[in-house]
Design a protein around this ligand. Structure first.
Ligand code: ZN
Length: 146
């Protein structure tokens, strides 16, 4: 199961303006606060496909499809969720973390935690070594070894 964080998905959504993205597939005309065009998901002669820049969603009054930029790309490109996220991340220059499975995800978390602990430990000992009040024996030891 592939899982990207909600924050990452939010960022991908906010970096891919829905009007920009849909404009690559549909000729959009501004009408007030919204944009209209011919729906790419059903045959029509007068535009009933509406895109809201404010709400960052699309909706077709003809066939009823709608959603956000992720739904649109997934549907128009016939991609699954993971592929859609990858495409939009690539489009907006966002680097995705490598997630192969939930197991790997847990290992990655553990690794970063161990790394953090090592850093804190190293800092702790480093600070102690230069704290003259308690570090005299340690300093003597280090000097002797050198
Ligand atoms: Zn439609």
């Amino acid at each position: 199961m592939v899982r990207y964080s909600d924050e990452l998905i939010d960022e991908i959504r906010s970096r891919n303006d829905i009007v920009d993205v849909i404009s690559q597939y549909v000729v959009l005309k501004r009408s007030g606060r919204n944009f209209f065009g011919l729906c790419p998901f059903h045959k029509e002669k007068s535009p009933s496909f509406c895109v809201s820049a404010d709400k960052q969603i699309f909706h077709c009054f003809g066939c009823g499809v709608g959603g956000n930029v992720i739904h649109f790309v997934s549907k128009v490109e016939n991609l699954n969720f993971k592929e859609t996220i990858e495409m939009l991340a690539d489009r907006s220059g966002i680097e995705l973390p490598v997630i192969n499975s939930e197991g790997d995800d847990k290992i990655a978390m553990l690794k970063s935690k161990i790394y953090e602990i090592n850093q804190i430990t190293a800092e702790f000992y480093h600070n102690n070594l230069y704290n003259s009040a308690i570090a005299k024996p340690a300093q003597d030891y280090v000097k002797k070894e050198n």
